[in-house]
Design a binder for this molecule. Sequence first.
Ligand code: GLC
Ligand code: CA
Length: 564
Amino acid sequence: MKQTQWWKKAVVYQIYPRSFNDSNGDGIGDIPGITEKLDYLENLGIDVIWLSPVYASPNDDNGYDISDYRAINPEFGTMADFDEMLAQAHARGIKIVMDLVVNHSSDEHEWFIQSRKDRTNPYRDFYFWRDGKNGKPPNNWGSVFSGPAWEFDETTCQYYLHLFTRKQPDLNWENSRVRGEVYDMMRWWLDKGVDGFRMDVISAISKVEGLPDGPIEEGDLYGNFVPYAFNGPRMHEFIREMNREVLSGYDIMTVGETPGVGVEEAKKFANADMSELSMIFQFEHVKLIDENGIKWGDKKICVRELKRVMAKWQNGLEGKAWNSLYWENHDQPRSVSRFGGEGRYWEKSAKTLAVCLHMMQGTPYIYQGQEIGMTNTIFESVRDYRDVEQINAFREYTEELGVSEEDMMRWIAKEGRDNARTPMQWSGAHAAGFTDGEPWIKTNPNYKQINAEKQAGDPDSIFSAYQAMIRLRKKFDVVTDGKFTLLDPDSDKNFSYTRETASEKLLVICSFSEKPITFAVPDDMIDSKILYCNYSPAPSATKELALRPWESVIFYKKRVFTDK
Ligand code: GLC
Ligand code: CA
């Protein structure tokens, strides 16, 4: 199969189905609800939908715990609904990429039901079963979602490993039968016509033999599994095998979710030789907010650090591998709240974040609602939480680690995953037009001001800014191909860079400041043409540019020697 790398020119839109659009009033977004909104997405201009899991699942982690990889969760509709959505999307030139969650399954998956029955069951070795040590788990690892990473099972008096919740047992990729089953299932979806996969925590599929104890920091309850479970010794070997067995047979897009992966590993994962995946999601920029690897806290983003990390990835992969570009997804808070300004400069900063990200090299991802500048929400009560991570962390921090409820509520409002999972704000109607019934999670109260209906037809809206960025990507090859150079690396007020090829050059200037600032336009870009500005009137490219709060400007020049 000829692989055309079409995804280099594509813009992806992520749908979290539960919160996107409810077609039947049960308060849960569903597949027919997505089909209803394909015209909206076509109008936005995106090329690909990444669909978070829609498979059968007991929903311990909202579908990231799959009990049948070839069935649709009835809450979301039927396989016929899925086929209809896929056909309708394809008819509009929109591709669909599925979530592939195979580091773990649900404990309600048939493989695990078999596996836990007895120590000699043919599926026993599909998971990690170990004896305890002196009445304690086999090692000291803690789970991502609080508590130990091991669960004792009385049926056979052994523990099983779960890096995530106890209902998400880790699959044992050392077992070639596990890999064979996964590859079969992937081919089944690809043969149905889906256009690729986003691979959930794929950097965790190879664990270090012997599963050694992880390092423990002072004050921690558990050891850190990262050195032994991420970037493991056989990770690339497994991905290369998957590539040979499955991926290379189709002209598809693949993106690995790879926490813990740095530039050097990424060059292997997303190598231009196409031996592994199309691209990966790196985590460094969204983890800048962490303190000692912990996401709950008051730390703020430092613009200079953000620039350093983004530039490192732009330059590190240049000519060797391909970047993905994202500010948001279903696990991250809203970008305008985290990186931008929610108050007076909400609109300007949301547009500037769009400009800053979309003019870089890589494939951009827009998370549902980002295109209208949806913001974080305030959780009045713990009872408003739905996310298992937030619920468990709240309990662990307030009951076992001595953190006050007040601090924890504030940290969760700032960093919690439910910020991204409130219903998509379609209109000012009941429940933001998401459902006729009661939504499964509270709607962000600002939906009357911030909604798609208000913005879709307004040429000055955030939505229109996203449309404009998508159009620019399509029109100018330099956005795809140009070499990235960060300007003014030490400034924490502007995030600016150039992109250039032999024949074109872009200058992208983004103020990350609420105050007016000035910017020195490089000599060769003075008098260049303006492609976009989030203020009007737009400035011209003079030597000393006065930038208004959160102003963003894109200048463009054909390079002299090719100018006809
Ligand atoms: C990934 C998903 C996240 C999920 C976790 C476990 O990080 O994006 O939502 O909770 O994996 O599957
Ligand atoms: Ca529904």
